[in-house]
Design a protein around this ligand. Structure first.
Ligand SMILES: *[C@@H]1O[C@H](CO)[C@@H](O)[C@H](O)[C@H]1NC(C)=O
Ligand SMILES: *[C@@H]1O[C@H](CO)[C@@H](O)[C@H](O)[C@H]1NC(C)=O
Ligand SMILES: *[C@@H]1O[C@H](CO)[C@@H](O)[C@H](O)[C@H]1NC(C)=O
Ligand SMILES: *[C@@H]1O[C@H](CO)[C@@H](O)[C@H](O)[C@H]1NC(C)=O
Ligand SMILES: *[C@@H]1O[C@H](CO)[C@@H](O)[C@H](O)[C@H]1NC(C)=O
Ligand SMILES: *[C@@H]1O[C@H](CO)[C@@H](O)[C@H](O)[C@H]1NC(C)=O
Length: 671
C-alpha cells in the first residue's frame, strides 16, 4: 500500500485515527527519540570475498563491465555502497569454492602480489576511501602446522604468518587492515589469540582489532568472561549465521557483537527478503552492529557449492554478463543513509503486526529509519532455518521526539517484493515526506522495505544492461604468454586443490619460457578436505564431448605425475570425490586412465615412456561413451568406456602436492 501523503493527508488521517480509535483501528505508535540515551555504535554492512575463491571469475571481466560490477558493490551513493570488505587470507587450501594462494607458500617465501584480494581491496578503497577492511584465514600452508593439520602447536609461527600478511598489505598496497580474525569456523586457542595481540602490538599494529572467533557465540563468550587477559586481546565477538539472536553472556562481555558471516542464500528476490530481515533484526534481536554477507559477489562457476550465494552474480567473464540482484538494493536501504560511527537509537523494535524498524543517528541531527515487513515465506534464509511468524498489513505511526521532533522533511526510499506478480520494485525514491508535528503514519503492506531519512544524497545508480549471457567458448586456448597484471592466475582456471600460477623459466630457450605451474608441495592445514591430488577446473559444466590438449612438465623425478581431464563433476568442498575422465602420465614411464580424481577406478593403463624434466603433449578426447588419449600426437590408448559422469569441466592437475608445469592448454568442445 501507499504512503499517506502529502502532509495534509497525513494530518487528516491522524485526526481520523484519533477520533475513531481505539474501537476501530489497530494503528500502533512508535516513538523515535534519543531522549533516554542512545544504543550501540553502528559498524557497517559488508561483503566477504573468500572462503573461498568466491571472487575468482570477477577479475577476468573486461572493462567496462568489471568496473561497473565494482561500482554496484562499493561506490558510495550508487548501489550496495558497502561499508566493510572482509577478505580471506589465502592459505593454499580449498575453502568452499576453490583455493586462494598464500603470501608464503614456503617458510622462506614471501610474495604480496598473488591472488586477487589485494586488487579487490584497492578497487574498493578507490571507490570508498572509508571502507573498513577485515581479514581472516580459513587455512594455512602446511609448513605453518609443521605437518600437522593444526595451526596452534607453534602459535608464534602462525601469528607471525598472519601479521606478515597485514604488514604486506600496508607495505606493498598501502592498505590498512583494521580487523583480523583467528581461524574461520574452527577452534580457537586462547594462547594463540593473546600471542597474536602481542605480535600485532610489537609490529606497530596496535590499531588492528581482533575479531573472535568467527564461529558460534560459545565457547568464545565464556572464555572471554573467564579470562581477563583474553578479553583484553579481543575487541569484537564475531558470530556466524546467528539467526538474528545473541546469547546473554555475549552481552555481559560488553564487547561489540557482529554477525561476521551471514546470509548465504541464493540471490533471487527471496534472497533479498532474507537479507532485509537480517540487516534490521540482527540489531533489534541481537544488538549486532555489523553484518557481513557470504559472499560479496557470486563470481565462481555456479556448479560449485553454494552457486549464486552472493549479493549479486558475476560468473561469466567470457560474455560480460552480470546480474544486479535484490540484495544490492536492500543493502542500499541502510548503507546509503548511514556511516560506520553512527549510533542506533534505543527506540528500535518489532512492529505490532510483524516486521521491524531500526533508527540511527549521526549525533548531529541526522536520522535514518529502516522498516521491513518481510513475511516468513518470502524471507527464507538458508541457515539457520526460520521459526514461522506472521506479518500482516498494518498502520504504523512514527512519532519523532527529542532533538528529532523538529525534523520537517524526510526522504523516502521504498522496495516492494511482489512474489505473486513477480513485479517487485527495489529502492525507488518516493516524494519527500513533510512532517507537521514530527510524526508520520504509514499503511504498511507485507514484504516491504522503507527508508526514511534526513540524508539527501541517496541515488539508485545504473548502467546499461550487461551483455547477454553466453556459454563458455567452445574453442579455447591459453599459451600463458599473455598475462594480465597484477594477477598470478590464468583466466578462468579455478583451482580446487593446489595453486596454479604463472611461471617464467628464464633459462628455457623456448618455447616453454612462460608456463602455468602448480606450486603447493605439501598438504596444507586444511579447512575442508582437499584432495590428495591437485586440480584446477575450467570451462563449461555442461561439456560432454570434447578434446583437451596440454603440454605437461613434471618436476618430481620418479614419483611425479600429472593429468588432463574432461567431464570433471565436482569441486569445492566435494573435490575429493570428483569423477570424470582423467588421463595421467607419470615420471616412472607409465600412464593411466581413471574415472575419478582419487585414481581408484582404472579404465586403462600401460607404458608411456614419460619422464620428469621433459615436455610431453597430452590429448584427451571424450565422445559419448568412449575416450581416447594421444601422447605427443600419437595414439597411446583408445576406446576406454566412460559411462558416467555425462558432463563436467575440463581440468589439469598433479598426482600429489608436487611442482609441475602446464603449457599450450586447449579445449575444443562440441555442443
Ligand atoms: C568518509 O568519512 C568522512 C568522515 O566521516 C565523511 O565526511 C565522508 O563523507 C566519507 N566519505 C565517503 C566517500 O563516504
Ligand atoms: C546531516 O548530514 C549532512 C551531511 O550528509 C549534514 O550536512 C547536515 O548538517 C546533517 N544534519 C542535519 C540535521 O541534516
Ligand atoms: C499465524 O497465523 C495463523 C492464522 O491466523 C495462526 O494459525 C498461526 O498460529 C500464526 N502463527 C504464528 C507464529 O503466530
Ligand atoms: C489504516 O488506516 C486507514 C485509515 O484509518 C484504514 O482505512 C485502514 O483500514 C487501516 N489499515 C489497517 C491495515 O489497519
Ligand atoms: C627451465 O628450463 C631449462 C632449459 O629448458 C630446464 O633445463 C629446466 O629444467 C627448467 N626449469 C624449470 C623449473 O622448469
Ligand atoms: C555427444 O556424443 C554422443 C555420441 O556421438 C551423442 O550421442 C551426444 O548427443 C553428444 N552430446 C552432445 C551434447 O552433443
Amino acid at each position: 500500500m501507499e504512503l499517506r501523503e502529502p502532509a495534509v493527508v497525513v494530518a487528516l488521517a491522524l485526526v481520523l485515527v484519533l477520533a475513531l480509535c481505539p474501537p476501530l483501528c489497530s494503528s500502533q505508535t512508535y516513538v523515535l527519540t534519543e531522549a533516554h540515551g542512545l544504543g550501540r555504535t553502528f559498524d557497517g554492512v559488508g561483503g566477504l570475498s573468500g572462503g573461498g575463491a568466491t571472487s575468482r571469475l570477477l577479475v577476468n571481466y573486461a572493462e567496462p563491465y568489471r568496473s561497473q560490477i565494482l561500482d554496484y558493490l562499493f561506490k558510495p551513493n550508487f548501489g550496495a555502497s558497502l561499508q566493510i570488505l572482509k577478505v580471506e587470507i589465502g592459505g593454499d587450501a580449498q575453502t568452499t569454492d576453490g583455493t586462494e594462494p598464500s603470501h608464503m607458500h614456503y617458510e622462506n617465501d614471501e610474495n604480496y602480489f598473488r591472488g586477487y584480494e589485494w586488487w579487490l581491496m584497492k578497487e574498493a578503497k578507490k571507490r570508498n576511501p572509508n571502507i573498513t577492511l577485515m581479514s581472516l584465514p580459513w587455512a594455512f600452508p602446511g609448513w605453518v602446522g609443521h605437518g600437522k593439520n593444526w595451526p596452534y602447536d607453534f602459535p608464534d609461527i602462525t601469528a607471525a604468518y598472519v601479521v606478515n600478511w597485514i604488514l604486506g598489505a600496508k607495505q606493498y598496497h598501502d592498505l590498512d587492515i583494521q580487523y583480523v580474525g583467528i581461524w574461520n569456523e574452527r577452534n580457537y586457542d586462547s594462547k594463540y589469540i593473546k600471542l597474536l595481540r602481542y605480535t600485532l602490538d610489537k609490529s606497530g599494529l596496535e590499531t588492528v582489532s581482533i575479531v573472535a572467533s568467527d564461529n558460534l557465540w560459545e565457547p568464545i563468550v565464556l572464555s572471554l568472561l573467564l579470562d581477563p587477559e583474553l578479553s583484553r586481546a579481543v575487541d569484537v565477538i564475531g558470530a556466524h549465521y546467528p539467526g538474528t539472536n545473541t546469547v546473554k553472556d555475549a552481552l555481559k562481555t560488553q564487547k561489540k557483537l557482529w554477525s561476521s558471516e551471514d546470509y548465504s542464500t541464493f540471490n533471487d528476490e527471496v534472497g533479498g527478503g532474507c537479507w532485509a530481515r537480517i540487516l534490521n533484526q540482527n540489531y533489534v534481536n541481537g544488538l549486532m552492529t555489523a553484518t557481513i554477507s557470504w559472499n560479496l559477489v557470486a563470481s565462481y562457476y555456479s556448479d560449485l557449492p553454494f552457486g549464486r550465494d552472493g549479493l549479486m552474480t558475476a560468473e561469466e567473464p567470457w560474455s560480460g554478463n552480470y546480474e544486479v540482484e535484490s540484495p544490492i538494493w536492500i543493502t542500499a536501504h541502510t548503507t546509503q543513509f548511514t556511516q560506520p560511527g553512527w549510533t542506533y537509537l534505543q527506540t528500535v523494535g518489532h512492529l505490532a503486526q510483524g516486521g521491524s524498524y531500526v533508527a540511527l543517528t549521526d549525533g548531529k541531527g541526522n536520522l535514518t529509519v529502516v522498516i521491513e515487513t518481510m513475511t516468513h515465506d518470502h524471507s527464507v534464509c538458508i541457515r539457520p532455518p526460520l521459526p514461522s511468524f506472521n506479518v500482516t498489513s498494518q498502520n504504523a505511526t512514527f512519532q519523532l521526539k527529542g532533538s528529532f521532533a523538529s525534523i520537517k522533511e524526510l526522504q523516502v526510499w521504498k522496495s516492494q517484493f511482489n512474489f505473486k506478480t513477480k513485479k517487485s520494485s527495489f529502492f525507488e525514491k518516493l516524494a519527500p515526506l513533510k512532517l507537521l508535528d514530527g510524526s508520520f503514519t504509514l499503511e504498511l503492506a507485507e514484504d516491504e522495505v522503507y527508508t526514511f531519512t534526513t540524508i539527501t544524497t541517496g541515488q539508485k545508480g545504473s548502467y546499461p544492461d550487461s551483455p547477454p549471457s553466453a556459454r563458455f567458448p567452445k574453442v579455447y586456448e591459453d599459451h600463458f604468454n599473455v598475462r594480465t597484471p597484477p594477477f598470478s592466475e590464468a583466466p578462468y582456471f579455478a583451482d580446487q586443490t593446489g595453486v596454479f600460477e604463472y611461471y617464467i623459466n628464464m633459462t628455457d630457450p623456448g618455447p616453454h619460457v612462460f608456463t602455468l605451474r602448480q606450486v603447493v608441495t605439501e598438504r596444507p592445514v586444511t579447512w575442508v578436505a582437499d584432495a590428495d591430488q591437485t586440480i584446477s577446473v575450467i570451462g563449461d559444466y555442461q561439456w560432454e564431448n570434447l578434446t583437451v590438449t596440454c603440454d605437461v612438465f613434471m618436476e618430481s623425478v620418479r614419483t611425479g605425475g600429472v593429468f588432463i581431464a574432461a567431464r570433471v563433476d565436482k569441486g569445492g568442498q566435494s573435490v575429493r570425490s570428483a569423477k570424470g575422465v582423467f588421463f595421467w602420465v607419470f615420471a616412472d614411464g607409465t600412464y593411466k586412465v581413471t574415472n575419478d580424481l582419487a585414481g581408484e577406478t582404472v579404465l586403462a593403463e600401460g607404458q608411456s615412456g614419460t619422464r620428469a624434466y621433459g615436455w610431453h603433449t597430452l590429448s584427451l578426447t571424450v565422445k559419448g561413451q568412449y575416450a581416447v588419449g594421444l601422447l605427443n600426437g600419437y595414439p597411446l590408448w583408445k576406446n576406454a568406456v566412460v559411462l558416467s559422469p555425462k558432463n563436467g569441466w575440463a581440468a589439469i592437475g598433479t598426482h600429489s602436492f608436487e611442482l609441475a608445469q602446464f603449457d599450450n592448454f586447449a579445449v575444443v568442445a562440441e555442443y
